[in-house]
Design a protein around this ligand. Structure first.
Ligand code: GLN
Length: 474
């Protein structure tokens, strides 16, 4: 089912297929393909068919259809869905059924979207390879011996495999962009606050975003527009108006000023670097002006991110205590034992590592040396971008230093895993919109993504550039 959103719409409006038929076919296809990748943790046939029936009724009544009408959508299993198990890929939440929907889910369904299932990910969205799931790793559909990237690996694999038209993921430090790059699809991390985080299980609250994955730039733009905007349930959601992104995709990017950060281009493996350089030449041929820029605080980004994100994660994960939400450890005589046993048995190694690290950097005596210092460096990173955007309209960079690696290759070396996030976490720390758009494949046939970053709330320029580039590849 390699359809796009406009193709689904066309099929519905021309009556070639009903939403129910499309949904039934999507569910069957996704279930049949899932053993190859382990992309989905569970399917939602009843909910999907009910949503599809609504769309068919609208068509029968001749009503105007929402922008996502009848579109089969996969949702990362850290986003709450009322009445539908939401595990965060953790043993702790195997049986957790949320009592409410995330705002992004409500909006997506109001727009006519059909949720077909929940996708696998790293436990509580912590990782870079999707190997930290309590329910087994996701395999990359392009090469099943390799990781799909993390943490939204299931969503990226589902879209790449063609079992969903589009998907929702979450991005804290690269978790949409990096899997999109590894699986050869489009992935968007919007401006911080663009999409409500209400109902997104918190990893690091000041860095978390919900965003789309798709096979075309236009589809991501459509999905993002549908879920964006102020939400009274999330005080950090922004009231900024949401433009009609797709109306502005005209392929014309002549005169756009692009910056290439020197610090991002120095240690790339030659193949990834070569593909990015080639993409930059293509953008020049479209009339963009390209210049080198500098983001000098980049060297400190990994340390800064892993201090701030673990500090916030240690606090956010405290709620999983065996009293609320979670399954409870069976043999515990005291309250302290209940906490210790539930959390000891429930969390995987990576979550425990981050709880330890985060608790340490927040502890009395180390708070100023680590956490406060990291917050200051975060400001420097944000200022780097602000300075660059006085000169250029968009920044072009790699997403990852290398393409999809082998399953197991980095699991025993958490530092190596953390280092792979170098090009994605800077944009996250600054809260600016950033996305990955496919820009070619290595000689081994592995996809590589180009990252585009723009000013706060200027997703429009980001989409226009990505779309113009995508047109050159068709
Ligand atoms: N790889 C990063 C981490 O493990 C990013 C995760 C994310 O964006 N959710 O923290």
């Amino acid at each position: 089912m390699l359809l796009t959103i406009p193709e689904v719409r066309d099929a519905l409006l021309s009556k070639r297929a009903s939403a129910t038929e499309i949904t039934t076919a999507a569910l069957q296809h996704a279930e049949a393909e899932n053993p190859k990748t382990n992309a989905y943790l569970h399917f939602a046939p009843e909910r999907a068919l009910a949503a599809a029936r609504k769309v068919d009724e609208q068509i029968a009544r001749g009503e105007e259809l929402g922008p996502l009408a009848g579109v089969p959508i996969a949702v990362k299993d850290v986003i709450l869905t009322k009445g539908l198990t939401t595990t965060c890929a953790s043993r702790l939440l195997v049986n957790y059924i949320p009592p409410y929907d995330a705002t992004a889910i409500t909006r997506l369904e109001q727009a006519g979207g059909v949720i077909i299932g929940k996708t696998n990910c790293d436990e509580f969205a912590m990782g870079s390879s999707n190997e930290n799931s309590a329910f087994g790793p996701v395999r990359n559909p392009i090469d099943p011996t390799r990781v799909p990237g993390g943490t939204s690996g299931g969503s990226a694999a589902a879209v790449a495999q063609g079992t969903a038209v589009v998907a929702l993921g979450s991005d804290t430090g690269g978790s949409i962009r990096q899997p999109a790059s590894f699986c050869g699809v489009v992935g968007v991390c919007p401006t911080y606050g663009r999409v409500s985080r209400y109902g997104l299980t918190a990893h690091a609250s000041s860095l978390d975003h919900i965003g789309p994955l798709s096979r075309t730039v236009r589809d991501s733009a459509t999905l993002l527009a549908a879920i964006s905007g102020r939400d009274a349930c999330d005080s950090t959601s922004a009231a900024a108006p949401v433009p009609d992104y797709t109306a502005l995709l005209d392929g014309n990017v002549k005169g756009l000023k692009l910056g290439l950060p020197r610090e991002y281009l120095k240690d790339l493996t030659s193949e990834t670097g070569g593909l990015i350089s080639h993409a930059v030449e293509v953008l020049k041929s479209l009339g963009c002006e390209v210049r080198e820029i500098s983001l000098p605080a980049t060297d400190y980004a990994i340390a800064t991110y892993y201090i701030i994100s673990t500090a916030e994660a240690s606090s956010n994960l405290a709620r999983f205590d065996g009293v609320r939400y979670t399954s409870r450890s069976a043999q515990s005589d005291t309250l302290a034992d209940l906490y210790r046993n539930t959390r000891g048995e429930g969390f995987g190694a990576e979550c425990k590592r981050r709880i330890m690290l985060g608790t340490y950097v927040l502890s009395h005596g180390y708070y100023d040396a680590y956490y406060v210092k990291a917050q200051k460096v975060r400001s420097l990173i944000t200022q780097d971008f602000a300075r660059a955007f006085q000169e250029v309209d968009a920044i072009v960079a790699p997403v990852s230093p290398f393409p999809a690696f082998k399953i197991g290759e980095k699991v025993d070396d958490p530092i190596a895993m953390y280092l792979s996030d170098i090009y994605t976490i800077t944009g996250s720390l600054a809260g600016i919109p950033c996305m990955s758009v496919p820009c070619g494949t290595t000689t081994d046939g592995l996809p590589v993504g180009m990252q585009i970053l723009t000013r706060h709330f200027d997703e429009t320029t980001m989409f226009r550039l990505a779309d113009a580039f995508e047109r050159t590849r068709k």
